[in-house]
Design a protein around this ligand. Structure first.
Ligand SMILES: NC(=O)c1ccc[n+]([C@@H]2O[C@H](COP(=O)([O-])OP(=O)(O)OC[C@H]3O[C@@H](n4cnc5c(N)ncnc54)[C@H](OP(=O)(O)O)[C@@H]3O)[C@@H](O)[C@H]2O)c1
Length: 277
């Protein structure tokens, strides 16, 4: 398959490149293909003629999106729109990565793809607009909603915790947000399975199981045998600039019902990640 990746130097992009290396791969990054530049997107996609475009480019700084709203929408909504228009032009498929933050987060059971959407942050709202743009332009698309990513090529929660532990005896971590930490290597394998099929549409895809950031932090320190005091706090006490859903565990029922294998449990994935170092 001839596959073009955007945002190929990002955290997910880097693992996807590895997983897809036996394919006819065109990897682009911010410099070589700016997804906000409609003319450039159209030109490059027509030039390379991929069968599939995987969009890993995005503005992922959730707090930063609150103050840089225009940039958030340009990247997370207009970017996928440009890619979808270009894909339509050459009859290519677009696999677009989205987020659990398109949900409001007031449920207490795993969310299915058709559950009511209601993002509470600019990041979530801009990503939802991106999804809508893709759906409105293309028939042949995959939207993959994932969550709480970590991988070896990006700043992530695990690295942040390990870094902070070097200089602190006590850390406060939010305990009222529940989700599924997901290893970008596992996600990449899932995306590969999906794009080999023609089962178009929107899917939820994360590692299995769920936890809170506080519980996850404790697990990381336990596995790394780091002796540190971890204190649970509420999102309100933590006061991050952007609001986050309290509950955003994504159901894998649609994934499994379409014959795909569920990704392994987040604890097993964490073991492998921690052993990489
Ligand atoms: N990280 C998470 O926890 C998480 C959770 C749920 C969903 N997601 C989604 O998963 C996808 C991948 O996330 P990630 O964590 O791998 O993100 P990431 O590491 O921040 O990578 C995003 C990439 O996009 C590139 N980029 C920025 N502006 C661009 C532009 N105008 N044109 C082309 N490329 C541009 C960035 O390059 P520069 O750094 O050079 O600007 C970066 O390499 C995103 O769609 C994100 O919304 C992420």
């Amino acid at each position: 398959m001839r596959i073009l990746i955007t945002g190929g130097d990002g955290m997910l992009g880097t693992d996807l490149r590895e997983v897809l290396k036996s394919e006819d791969l065109i990897v682009t990054n911010h410099e070589s293909l700016d997804i906000t530049d409609r003319n450039q997107v159209m030109e490059k996609i027509k030039e390379y003629k991929p069968e599939i475009v995987i969009n890993c480019a995005a503005m992922t700084d959730v707090d930063g999106c609150e103050t840089k709203k225009d940039l958030a929408y340009k990247l997370n909504a207009e970017g996928p729109e440009n890619l979808a228009l270009a894909c339509r032009e050459i009859d290519a498929t677009l696999a677009h990565i989205s987020t659990d933050y398109v949900f409001k987060g007031n449920n207490n059971r795993p969310l299915i793809e058709d559950d009511e959407l209601g993002p509470i942050s600019i990041y979530g709202k801009s990503k939802l607009k991106g999804e809508e743009n893709v759906e409105n332009i293309l028939d042949k698309y995959f939207i993959i909603r994932t969550a709480w990513l970590y991988g070896k090529n990006g700043p992530n929660f695990i690295e942040k915790m390990l870094e902070l532990a070097k200089t602190h005896d006590t850390l406060t971590v939010v305990n009222d947000q529940k989700g599924s930490p997901t290893f970008t290597k596992d996600l990449s394998k899932g995306i590969y399975e999906l794009i080999k099929s023609n089962k178009y549409g929107t899917y939820h895809l994360t590692n299995s199981g769920s936890t809170t950031w506080y519980e996850f932090a404790k697990l990381i320190f336990e596995k790394k045998k780091i002796d540190i005091n971890v204190m649970p706090v509420t999102s309100e006490e933590f006061a991050a600039p952007a609001p986050r859903p309290h509950y955003s565990v994504l159901s894998h029922d649609k994934w499994k019902n379409n014959g795909f294998e569920e990704l392994r449990n987040y604890e097993d994935a964490l073991d492998e990640y921690l052993n990489l170092y």
